[in-house]
Design a protein around this ligand. Structure first.
Ligand SMILES: [Zn+2]
Length: 81
């Protein structure tokens, strides 16, 4: 357990890292956002193409680093430390 600060709303809470499926879900959501970001740079079709691989990569990353994901208990945002 560690004190973590939500980057979205600044809420401080006693963080317990997400495990397993929850972390994979959080990572997939982050990955999709990152993938879409790369895709947007490449145009509207790229945005669509970037989302799926982003989610897959994010999911794998979450699986490998599942102790680094937290979910804010105020705004429900997922984030990685
Ligand atoms: Zn928050």
């Amino acid at each position: 357990m560690a004190k973590v600060v939500c980057p979205e709303c600044g809420h401080k809470f006693e963080g317990s890292s997400l495990k397993g499926a929850a972390a994979a879900t959080a990572a997939a959501a982050l990955g999709a956002k990152v993938g879409a970001g790369f895709g947007i740079a490449g145009g509207p079709l790229g945005a669509i193409a970037g989302t799926v691989p982003g989610a897959i990569i994010g999911g794998l990353t979450g699986y490998l680093a599942s102790n680094k994901f937290y979910q804010c208990d105020r705004c429900d945002k997922y984030f990685m430390l």
